[in-house]
Design a protein around this ligand. Structure first.
Ligand SMILES: NC(=O)c1ccc[n+]([C@@H]2O[C@H](COP(=O)([O-])OP(=O)(O)OC[C@H]3O[C@@H](n4cnc5c(N)ncnc54)[C@H](OP(=O)(O)O)[C@@H]3O)[C@@H](O)[C@H]2O)c1
Length: 262
């Protein structure tokens, strides 16, 4: 199957390129208009588009709302308008202002920042254009550095490299091993259109998760409490019903520890 992957040099896209048969790297779509995007899709003629390209940094969205809306809302709409089935990355940030205790199912959205509002607008607009579009709400993801592949600030690297880390003692929040995220892409492409919580679940608080990792790897890191209250954990039953079963957060970290012989 011919799969066009956007953002193929990004953190998630690079892993998808590496792990997905038939993946074809899209050129950078920065500053492209709708007709240029259409031309790329028509020249590749993919059966599926996996769209990871985005302005994924919350503060970068705040610094330039117009540019980030173009990348995070308009660009995915242009891809969907080509008529090719699209699997598009969204974010657990769509739950960032939810007041309930969680874990949150797909219907409970309440975005608490501009990036999250753009992701939610993107979900609504792309589904309106093509109801077969699959939106994957990802959590904060992690991996170890790999030569030649982009890494980014992530939970595991912060724990391994910093002498101090602060996490909330009350906040429930999952982190997900990005290799699981990439591995489930072929199954995600089979899902009926709609938004899916797509990542690990976690019934530990952020601080307890960090404490578990500190103990597991005997890390010399000092941990403290941020005092942050709101939750960001997802109920992934809908994806499970579609055959997608992530490890829970601790299970994903164990898998990563084994993969890299940490
Ligand atoms: N990383 C996480 O923990 C996380 C968590 C939740 C959700 N997500 C979502 O998952 C997806 C992938 O995340 P990621 O961490 O892989 O992102 P990333 O590495 O920050 O960026 C992916 C790619 O987006 C492209 N890009 C950047 N600015 C752009 C712009 N203005 N217009 C068009 N393309 C642009 C770049 O590709 P080129 O250099 O080729 O242009 C970049 O390599 C995103 O949709 C993100 O919002 C990520």
């Amino acid at each position: 199957m011919k799969i066009l992957v956007t953002g193929p040099c990004g953190f998630v896209g690079a892993r998808i390129m590496h792990m997905t048969a038939g993946a074809i790297a899209s050129p950078s779509l920065r500053n492209m208009d709708e007709s240029a995007v259409r031309q790329i899709v028509e020249s590749v003629q993919p059966e599926l588009i996996v769209h990871t390209a985005a302005v994924s940094d919350i503060s970068a969205c705040d610094r330039d709302p117009e540019a980030s809306r173009r990348a995070n809302v308009l660009l995915p709409c242009w891809l969907v308008k080509t008529g090719v089935k699209c699997v598009i990355f969204s974010s657990d940030q769509v739950y960032s202002a939810c007041k309930g205790d969680g874990p949150y199912a797909e219907g409970e959205v309440c975005p608490g920042n501009l990036y999250a509002r753009q992701k939610l607008e993107m979900e609504e607009k792309t589904l309106a254009i093509n109801p077969d579009t699959v939106l994957l709400r990802a959590t904060w993801m992690y991996d170890m550095p790999i030569y030649g592949l982009r890494n980014r600030g992530n939970f595991l690297m912060n724990m391994l490299t910093r002498s101090e880390n602060a996490f909330s003692a009350t906040q429930h929040r999952a982190v997900t091993y990005v290799r699981e995220v990439a591995a489930w892409i072929p199954q995600a492409a089979q899902l009926p259109g709609g938004a899916y919580n797509y990542g690990s679940e976690n019934d530990l608080t952020a601080l307890k998760t960090a404490q578990w990792l500190k103990d597991r790897l005997r890390l010399p890191v000092r941990l403290s409490d941020t005092g942050q209250q709101h939750h960001l954990w997802m109920d992934c039953a809908k994806a499970k019903a579609g055959g997608i079963h992530f490890e829970n957060t601790v299970g994903g970290l164990e898998k990563c520890i084994r993969d890299y012989c940490l």
